[in-house]
Design a protein around this ligand. Structure first.
Ligand code: HEC
Ligand code: HEC
Length: 220
């Protein structure tokens, strides 16, 4: 009897160690794939730097920073620019020749860059209005709290494809909110995620948009 038990225990330990080594191997090859993808992305990003800045920190407040942006969101937006669902004079042509692999490499590269964060030049009461809506929404107009999807520190949610909005230029953020509001779409014409933001932005006043954009720029 004791011999059988020790043998069983040995087999269990052996299988356990085997499983651990397989998992470690998988993890290692995944890490290698990611670092290769980042390396390729860095090479491909040379053309993007002209507008999105070195390491994805854009110096023009109308052009978005990409440093540390969620991968899923960036890949989706690049596909939208390529297919024409999202249009922009400067950006659309940049995506025309990108393959899905290019988009993934570029997004992995930018996701791993460090953002530069600078507070927006705004008055205290403007920032307080922004924070109040960001954290609590506007109940009587059914504006949901931004925190629910963009997170307490504005980091977004990569799995859901919700973008990071912290550390982004406030001018770009307010332009985006105005675009969602002015090109109103509640029928997923520009994609389901666009519709989510369009219906939210539609309920915001220009003053509230400015306040939210100023608050989000320095949120971290
Ligand atoms: C000539 C300037 C220019 C170049 C070069 C450029 N972009 Fe852009 N990009 C823009 C502008 C402007 C926007 C914002 C468009 C808008 O407001 O809708 C943008 C938006 C984006 C977005 C969406 C960001 C967001 O937060 O929604 C991604 C992702 C992106 N660019 C990636 C790239 C990549 C990758 C490259 C290189 C292959 C690149 N861009 C090259 C100007 C440029
Ligand atoms: C239910 C989830 C949800 C809520 C709540 C939400 N957002 Fe969004 N937000 C999204 C999604 C999804 C996108 C990407 C939309 C797209 O694909 O165009 C987005 C995009 C944005 C963008 C554009 C970012 C970029 O890089 O271009 C801004 C700015 C933004 N949201 C601000 C807000 C603000 C301010 C609030 C609160 C008033 C808010 N969001 C509430 C899901 C949400």
């Amino acid at each position: 009897m004791p011999i059988i038990i020790t043998r069983t225990v040995k087999i269990v330990i052996f299988l356990f160690l085997l499983l651990i080594s397989i998992l470690l191997l998988i993890q290692k090859s995944y890490a290698k794939d990611i670092s290769k993808s980042i390396e390729n992305g860095q090479k491909k990003a040379a053309v993007c730097a002209a507008c999105h800045g070195v390491n994805g920190n854009s110096v023009n407040p109308e052009w978005p920073s990409l440093a540390n942006q969620s991968v899923k969101y960036m890949v989706e937006q690049l596909q939208h620019f390529k297919s024409g669902v999202r249009k922009n004079v400067l950006m659309s042509s940049q995506a025309t020749n990108l393959s899905t692999e290019d988009m993934i490499d570029l997004s992995n590269y930018y996701n791993h860059q460090k953002p530069n964060i600078k507070a927006a030049a705004a008055n205290e009461d403007v920032l307080i209005l922004g924070e109040t809506i960001y954290r609590g929404g506007i109940i009587n107009r059914e504006v949901p709290a931004c925190i629910a999807c963009h997170g307490p520190r504005g980091a977004g949610n990569n799995k859901a494809g919700y973008p990071k909005i912290s550390g982004q230029h406030s001018l770009y953020l307010s332009n985006r909110l105005k675009a969602y509001r002015d090109n109103y779409d509640n029928r997923d014409e520009y994609g389901h995620n666009y519709s989510i933001m369009s219906q939210i932005s539609f309920k915001l006043t220009p003053k509230e948009i400015e306040a939210l954009a100023s608050y989000m720029q320095a949120l971290y």
